[in-house]
Design a binder for this molecule. Sequence first.
Ligand SMILES: [Zn+2]
Ligand SMILES: [Zn+2]
Length: 248
Amino acid sequence: MEAILFGGIAALANVAGGFWVTWPRPVLRRSLLSHLMALGAGFLLAAVFLKVIPASLDLNLWSGRSVAPLVLVLVGYLLIQLFEHTVAPHFHFGEETHAEVCAERHVVWTAVGGVALHAFFDGVAIGAGFHVGHQLGVLIFIAIFLHKLPEGFTVASIMLASGCSLRAARWASVGVAAATLLGLALMSAAREVVPYALPLSAGVTLYVAASDLIPEVNRENRSASSLVVFLGVALYYMTEKALEAVGR
Ligand SMILES: [Zn+2]
Ligand SMILES: [Zn+2]
């Protein structure tokens, strides 16, 4: 129940991101977008390494030193490399400004499809996290939530760059939100796959943080943007301590 509530909030952030594209002040929008991506990247990295991967190793499916969960992490990582950058060679987070490459329909649909697949695993990660425990679920939710606004923004701006209407752009962000809910629904319907889904989604979120978000932060060429990544890690630490303090 809790998973559905938190997952629903994350999906709503996708839709809000889609509407954000029409935000009237581009200067504010640009720096806020980049800071959100940096904060999200730091939080995600800390959550994946310190919570999600250890929790995956703890699931009692495999004998002591099996690398099987780590193989699943690698598979999740490579899955997104395949769908976001091999099938869809032109994809990057943030505002799509390359109208010339977006003139071709298949470029647009493969990019949006790649985001939808990764968003599906965002939902899987939240759902699987809450199955393992409340604290893990909440931490994964915050980690995912932070990049959901830029994510909705990204798909909507890809649609706009390809010459689609504002309406179509917003619907694309609704589609990505729906993919998140689908991942969430799968986790509540098929609990037995949780031990496999958790490390797989850890690999996906690792990709999103380290290979989608961090390159966009670094492209800014500003130390201030990069510093926000460390702020994201600090925020993770404080959130974890706060959750432990309230004992849940
Ligand atoms: Zn582009
Ligand atoms: Zn995502």
